[in-house]
Design a protein around this ligand. Structure first.
Ligand code: HEM
Length: 458
């Protein structure tokens, strides 16, 4: 190594466990650069470390409980119905979806906005600008113009989301040059900040009036207002947490749901098996309810397997805060472990693609095989994609509940097929769609189309 900090890449879950233990005895921490893009709005649960992280977790954590998950389930049902109605699918036998990610993104953003924050959902319709041009044909969906004629809030969110990584790497002085693209990003960020401050002021007034809702936002506002509470959040931390939950809560799940639809479109046999379970648990007519969640393990398995094969959280990083050691298993077939000395400052990168394709953990890792997860408890740590230990994903059940409900509803009504180009085979479609992922803050399949064909009820 000539310059910089030493880096070690690993595909080993035991090392993941050792470096993400997160207790005060752990010699590893998230390095500041890793979460820098997320601190823009304020310190937050994902970026904080040590005692500061414990404070954030203590405040945000309690919102993630059974009441929230039930709400997520019921809201998913409502949104699915709206989607069928608003997008005009009700009387169609076949629907072509040019960009699958637009549907999954819309679903997950609406869910985190309503269930996590109680925000008015029409304000948070999907976020990219071309989406509005392509899909918002129903007057109900017209994005609200800001009363002052300024940038609509969803548009601001879209610009912010698309430029989050780029913006973090720009030096401050560059923002002030008269470059139109940068000006737009600056305006979007100002607009979002003003919106968040407005929302915070409104929610503070509600909390002061005793209107205590059970969403994460209300809990955070309460912690911000309570002077006697030693775990107080200041205004920047409050807004910082709102933003990270919006991002962590929507993009990861949207990418994973889209990947699920891509993989099952190529595996009709798996779809049939899953639909059989949906029919036996829920039947053809009634709405699935939250009690069905734990019985729909095959539905959850198609989601888990898509995350395994295309892990949206593709890497996590920790830095050694002291000279320390890691214990590493010997290669497969050899007993025992060896100790590897790690110097203070070394970055350890858990490569989730490597973990998920590691034959030590998965037989035939290249194959999409949801049956490997059948019957597994929904919170099993065998799926390492949500992290392990105390810093594991707080929103895992939020994500799996929304995915299970949405997929159960969709697959009961529709057969998912790849939307092929003229002369294209299924195999060529699979290679085009699934072998060129976009890798940024998260990993995702590049935009791809599917066809939904209405299932015939027998
Ligand atoms: C498929 C969906 C998701 C995946 C694969 C995923 C993955 C992850 C991973 C790997 C971590 C740990 C990162 C690290 O240790 O460096 C994490 C943390 C986190 N995730 Fe998720 N996530 C998903 C969905 C969600 C959702 C829906 C929410 C919120 C509603 C959420 C909120 C969080 C939070 C708050 C943390 C930080 C926890 C802490 O440090 O205490 N995630 N996620």
């Amino acid at each position: 190594m000539l310059a910089g900090q030493p880096e070690l890449w690993t595909s080993n879950v035991d090392i993941e466990r050792q470096i993400t233990a997160g207790s005060h005895r752990c010699d590893f921490m998230k390095p500041a650069w890793f979460t820098q893009t997320l601190v823009y709005w304020g310190m937050n649960i994902i970026s904080a470390e040590g005692a500061l992280w414990r404070k954030h977790r203590r405040i945000v954590g309690p919102a993630f409980g059974p009441k929230l998950y039930k709400l997520v389930w019921n809201k998913t049902l409502e949104i699915y119905r709206d989607m069928i109605q608003v997008d005009g699918w009700k009387d169609k036998n076949s629907v072509n979806i040019p960009v699958t990610q637009r549907i999954t993104s819309k679903l997950t953003l609406l869910l985190i906005s309503t269930c996590g924050f109680g925000f008015p959902t029409t304000w948070f319709l999907p976020i990219s600008r071309d989406f509005f041009a392509l899909e918002l044909t129903n007057p109900r969906d017209t994005p609200p113009r800001a009363a002052d004629g300024g940038m609509p809030i969803q548009e601001a969110f879209g610009i912010f989301s698309e430029t989050i990584v780029l913006a973090a790497s720009i030096p401050t002085w560059l923002w002030y040059l008269p470059i139109p693209g940068l000006r737009e990003v600056r305006v979007a960020r100002k607009r979002l900040m003003a919106f968040m401050q407005e929302q915070v002021a409104e929610r503070k007034a509600l909390v002061a009036a005793g209107d205590m809702r059970a969403d994460a936002f209300t809990m955070m506002v309460e912690a911000n207002q309570d002077q006697s509470n030693k775990y107080q959040l200041d205004d920047a931390e409050l807004i910082g947490n709102v933003f990270v939950l919006m991002f962590a809560g929507h993009e990861t799940t949207a990418n994973s749901l889209a990947a699920t639809l891509a993989y099952i479109s190529l595996h009709q046999d798996i779809q049939n098996e899953v639909v059989e379970q949906i029919m036996s648990v829920v039947g053809p007519d009634r709405d699935p309810d939250y009690d069905d969640y734990s019985k729909l393990d095959k539905v959850l398995a198609i989601f888990y397997e898509a995350i395994r094969i295309m892990p949206t959280a593709h890497a996590f990083v920790r830095e050694a805060t002291e000279d320390t050691n890691l214990t590493v298993q010997n290669p497969v077939g050899e007993e025992g472990t060896k100790t590897i000395p790690i110097l203070k400052g070394t970055q350890i990168i858990i490569d989730m693609v490597g973990v998920h394709y590691n034959p030590r953990y998965f037989e035939d890792p290249e194959t999409y095989k949801p049956s490997r997860w059948y019957g597994l408890p929904a919170d099993s740590e065998q799926i390492a994609a949500f992290g392990v230990g105390p810093r594991a994903c707080l929103g895992r059940k939020f994500a799996t509940v929304e995915a299970t409900c949405f997929l159960a509803l969709l697959l009961r009504d529709w057969q998912v097929l790849p939307l092929l180009r003229a002369g294209e085979t299924k195999e060529a479609w699979g290679a085009r769609v699934l072998t060129n992922p976009r890798v940024g803050l998260t990993m995702a399949a590049a935009d791809f189309p599917i066809e939904l064909a209405r299932r015939k009820r027998v």
